[in-house]
Design a protein around this ligand. Structure first.
Ligand SMILES: [Zn+2]
Length: 538
């Protein structure tokens, strides 16, 4: 079977009995110049439809009523010397109609996302690659990928939001691990491909296409699914640095989204999103305004209930102008802002901060927290009332055992060096680590808690080393006392891990501070308002 043949020499002897194949052949024929079309049709009609032998040009047109205007690609074959080819212009087809068996095609579509330029190294050497996503007026989506020399041609040309006419490229099965668009194919541009900016604004092509899922749906969605969600941002946590597995530092920011489904969900922003959109939303929320956020292509994860995280192709739209956003805003202003919603994200990650289980100090005893198999993780807003100063920190072994620091308590050996009994080594410098014991209190009672390194630093605002040297080397008791005193009666959000442990033959509830945060008074007020309205409904 021969597909998409072209007539190079129009009037010539016909060999054999070629038959036109389906619609596509006729359509591509139509794309030729009028003169050629007429002759071409005569040829095919001569063969396949003797009755229509004398069909006029007009009749031939009637024969194909739904044809789109032909697209004229730039004359790429001009000036190449020997190649004498009658280049048939490709016609514009919907993205949804693209398939690998088509010869010539053109699509007209808007760029909805543009990936970063990535460099790679494999067995065949170094290379570079970038991808962008297209959306056309019929709602078809497809990813386009360029490699190496093709990257040089198109990377700077492609801009998000602009409309392009694209033709010639090969279609390959979409790599579903990376590509979540609703298309089983992906376009690979080649050296003969053309990408042309359409200068006129084309309103028939939407800026972006969403298929929003209600938050209550996400509860039952598989892990790693990619989906679109829209919600009201009710809280934004500060951006925090996170060390990734590859040793690179990145930013993380967690915020809460709620919608009219009666559920809320945690959205984790990574990297650049934290400082751009994340910062913008934080400022809005701090100013008492709850923005609407549309998330295109968020990734569902399930390590603590269900939550959504950003990936490199995620797009965020703050206060977008479309019907879903407007009705959500209406709902929030009328009902939503005063209604409690159940979170589908259970934050059990140590150091996580949102959607926490809030308790009071008296509830620790009253509810017997820490007595089950797993520790209880709770958040308490409390005030520091006492800090134990004799054993606030210890001298720790800095050596690494595998990928973890030894951290065993070390002692002086001789005059200056430190000795670790576990590692059986001596060294000049040791590490100083907090082991801070403090009493915290809220309106219901008080309790002892233990804070290790990071939490200790957050409470004291000094490093363990500075305080240790001040107390034990400089022996400046007055300054040391002042620092301790300055930390008393400060209020914090304490994230606590509570677990009963055996000490000798005695069961003791051990309460560890895993994170200390400054009180965010705007979200605290919201929390109290929510609690009051919940209480009033009971
Ligand atoms: Zn050691």
């Amino acid at each position: 079977m021969v597909l998409n043949m072209e007539t190079i020499i129009a009037d010539f002897e016909i060999i054999g009995n070629p038959k036109p194949f389906g619609d596509s052949d006729l359509l591509s024929v139509r794309a030729l110049t009028d003169n050629t079309v007429a002759r071409n049709n005569n040829i095919s009609n001569n063969i396949s439809n003797p009755v229509a032998r004398n069909a006029s040009h007009d009749n031939a047109q009637n024969f194909r009523p739904t044809i789109q205007p032909p697209y004229q690609p730039p004359p790429v074959y001009k000036g190449r010397g020997a190649v004498m080819k009658n280049e048939a212009p490709a016609r514009i087809i919907p993205i949804a109609a693209l398939n690998p068996y088509q010869g010539r095609w053109a699509i007209r579509a808007r760029v909805t996302a543009k990936g970063d330029l990535r460099r790679y190294n494999n067995a065949r050497g170094d290379g570079k690659v970038f991808s962008f996503d297209l959306l056309d007026s019929d709602g078809g989506e497809i990813r386009v990928t360029c490699f190496n020399a093709v990257v040089d041609r198109f990377y700077s040309v492609i801009e998000v939001g602009k409309v392009y006419m694209i033709s010639k490229g090969s279609l390959k099965p979409a790599q579903k691990n990376f590509n979540h668009l609703k298309n089983e194919w992906e376009i690979f541009l080649e050296s003969t491909s053309t990408v042309e900016l359409c200068p006129d604004e084309d309103d028939s092509i939407p800026r972006q296409q969403f298929s929003f899922r209600p938050i209550s749906d996400i509860e039952n969605v598989d892990n790693n699914s990619i989906l679109d969600v829209i919600g009201v941002v009710t809280s934004v946590n500060p951006s925090v640095p996170i060390l990734r597995k590859n040793g690179m530092e990145t930013q993380r920011r967690i915020l809460s989204l709620k919608d009219s489904s009666g559920r809320s969900v945690e959205l984790t922003l990574w990297g650049e999103f934290c400082n751009r959109e994340g910062q913008q939303m934080q400022e809005m929320v701090d100013a008492g305004f709850s923005p609407i956020l549309a998330v295109k292509a968020g990734k569902v994860n399930d390590f603590s209930g269900k939550s959504i995280g950003s990936i490199s192709t995620t797009q965020l739209f703050i206060n977008p102008e479309f019907p879903e956003a407007n009705s959500l805003r209406e709902w929030f202003d009328l009902v939503g802002k005063d209604s409690a919603s159940l979170s589908i994200s259970k934050d059990v990650i140590p150091g996580g901060t949102k959607n926490e289980i809030r308790k009071t100090i008296s509830q620790i005893k009253d509810e017997g927290l820490g007595r089950s198999d797993k520790p209880d993780w709770i958040t308490i807003r409390a005030t520091i009332s006492f800090i134990k100063t004799d054993t606030f920190c210890y001298t720790a072994c800095p050596l690494m055992i595998g990928d973890r620091q030894c951290n065993k308590k070390v002692t002086r050996s001789g005059n200056t060096r430190w000795q670790c009994d576990r590692c059986n080594q001596e060294f000049e410098e040791c590490d100083y680590r907090f082991l801070l014991q403090a009493q915290i209190l809220d309106g219901t009672g008080l309790t002892w808690v233990t804070a290790f390194q990071e939490a200790g630093e957050e409470i004291m605002e000094y490093s363990a080393k500075d305080l240790y040297l001040l107390k034990h080397e400089q022996q400046d008791d007055e300054r040391f006392g002042e620092i301790i005193k300055s930390r008393l009666f400060k209020q914090f959000m304490f994230r606590l891990k509570i677990k009963e442990e055996l000490y000798g033959d005695e069961q003791k509830v051990k309460i560890t501070v895993v994170k200390v945060d400054k009180v965010n008074y705007s979200s605290e007020s919201q929390y109290m308002l929510d609690s009051i309205s919940k209480f009033c409904r009971q």
